[in-house]
Design a protein around this ligand. Structure first.
Ligand code: 4F9
Length: 259
């Protein structure tokens, strides 16, 4: 057990707290929670509902289909969660609502959020939340241009991204330093045993033991994959001299029809 304080504390507001077992009890993230590198507390607005039936939703003013999460149980949950984070003395704690209208999550956004020691994450169900709750929200985050059945999976997506960046979570073998997006490029392709699979061979250079040659091959692969699959990423990236030279090679090879 880790004696020192967690690096990141999540307080999640959700009507479906059991869903978060997916992140707290499994794999790399499960290990991080077990080792207390990260902490998770769950706040169910239903427990803050004042009426007999523990209502947390209602029809929208102005009519139309769908229900909204009402303000009072949500705000009570947020305030309880914030109070707990304040008591822990967490620096730069933020309240985030997972919503399709939020700022798109990216590796850069994840790096920015890593400056927070505490996050209160609101996950909504139904058609969303009463607009007035936004007076308690610091940031809105989206994981992509699509609508899900609720904000829980987006919250867990963001939490997983954050957790794997924290020191001590990944071991050397799992290191995130060479992941896709870290250097603004897609990861290169990978091969493992056997050396020949259904007549397909592993690229010779990877068996050469020449680390500099392998580094260059991988960088060129990264550039090639990014150029083919995600040219938008390349357009945003400042290339090093070496990268620019490799990209030129790739473009010439492509014109010659060898890619
Ligand atoms: C949240 C979708 C963040 C994408 C929340 C339904 C959502 C979402 N990114 N969809 N509730």
């Amino acid at each position: 057990m880790r004696a020192s304080k967690a690096l990141l504390t999540f307080d999640v507001v959700t009507l479906m707290p059991e869903m978060f077992l997916a992140i707290s009890d499994y794999g790399v993230t499960g290990r991080a929670f077990k080792e207390n590198i990260v902490n998770l507390n769950l706040w169910n607005p239903r427990e803050f509902s004042m009426d007999l039936h523990k209502t947390v939703d209602d029809r929208t003013y102005g009519g139309g289909p769908g229900m909204l999460m009402t303000a009072d149980p949500l705000v009570k949950s947020i305030e309880a969660a914030k109070k707990r984070q304040d008591k822990l003395g967490l620096k730069n704690s933020k309240v985030i609502h997972m919503t399709p209208r939020g700022k798109l999550l990216s590796h850069n956004e994840i790096k920015r959020l890593l400056s927070c020691e505490g996050l209160v994450i609101i996950t909504s169900r139904y058609e969303g939340i009463d607009e007035r709750v936004n007076n308690w929200v610091d940031e809105e985050v989206s994981i992509g241009d699509y609508v899900l059945s609720g904000g829980e999976l987006p919250a867990m997506t963001m939490m997983d991204c954050l957790i794997r960046q924290l020191p001590g979570v990944l071991n050397d073998d799992e290191s995130a330093t060479q992941d896709s997006f870290v250097n603004g490029l897609l990861d290169h392709s990978h091969f493992t045993r056997p050396e020949i699979f259904k007549k397909m061979k592993v690229p010779e250079v990877l068996l050469s033991g020449d680390h500099e040659k392998i580094r260059l091959w991988r960088l060129k692969e990264s550039l090639k994959l990014t150029w083919i699959k995600r040219p938008d990423l390349l357009a945003k990236k400042l290339l090093t001299k070496e990268e620019a030279r490799l990209l030129e090679e790739i473009q010439i090879e492509q014109e010659q029809g060898s890619i």
